[in-house]
Ligand binder design. Sequence first.
Ligand SMILES: [Zn+2]
Length: 341
Amino acid sequence: MLPFVWSDDCLRHEPEAEVWVGTRTPATEVPARLVAIRGELLSSGAREVAAQAHDDSALLAVHDPALVEFLRTTWDEWESARLPSDRVVPYVFARKELTSGREPATPAAVWARPGLFAYDTMTLIGPGTWEAARAAVDVALTTVDLVAGGERLAYACCRPPGHHVTRSLYGGSCYLNNTAIAATALLAQVGGPVAVVDIDAHHGNGTQELFLGNAAVRTASVHVDPGAGWFPHFLGFAEESDDTNLNLPLAPGTSDLGWLAAVTRAAEFAAGARALVIALGLDAATGDPESPLEVTAAGYRQAGRILAELDLPIVVVQEGGYDLETIGPLAVETLRGLATV
Ligand SMILES: [Zn+2]
């Protein structure tokens, strides 16, 4: 039976909204996503494993301690300051050109501090955000423990997602990079190199930046072309590829054939690694409200088969996927494909 790791604390983050082009819009990265996936996993006969608490060492191997401390404390500070917004949202950004490259001051104003660490306005922080993000790290690390302990395949059923977070900056509805933390922990446990294949509809920009030039963790990402106007906009282009990173941007409207060809190239790039982390975004699916890719459930299952043929130990980490009706079945189809070899 496929093991999947779970923590109720991952449900505690309720962003309620995003601020997108200056407008407060309803959040799509909601707790119901994870409830839907868990329900489908249990119906399919998967085995639930409770997340175990891990200390901060793996977290701090990936992220700037200042980012971690900010995420841990900012909601309480915001609430104490009695600000008009019920969520932490930045309004001013500490771009390095503002200080000619010098380290910016830590602002005295609580409401200015998010601008040290946030790179967008749509990733809000509220009560429970830290607890959920930290729980997602424990889910990912417990999943790594299962695979290091001999499971061929295990799935981290976690949120909020993480692949858009760099060493020091959060954004893209992500706070801590669960995939990168899993890859780092897996590298320490099984030896390298480790490969990360990101099949979320959006470029895994945080993971790319964390490991760029690091031969011990190869990263590949299959995603909608940022050049066609899609998040993360500033990177994710094919030209960023090198010996350690492969970007495979796809045109809006790409369906199974083109998407699976890219997944095959990503799998070829991962070949030769000792273990694999899959950043499983389900938002490439047709009908997902957050991307223009048109992948079917059969496509996701086939992607699982392609990656399973690498015959590597596999940690799957949940990333995006926003259609509450289909994300559960899509996760199960992918895991079935991965379990076929
Ligand atoms: Zn995504």
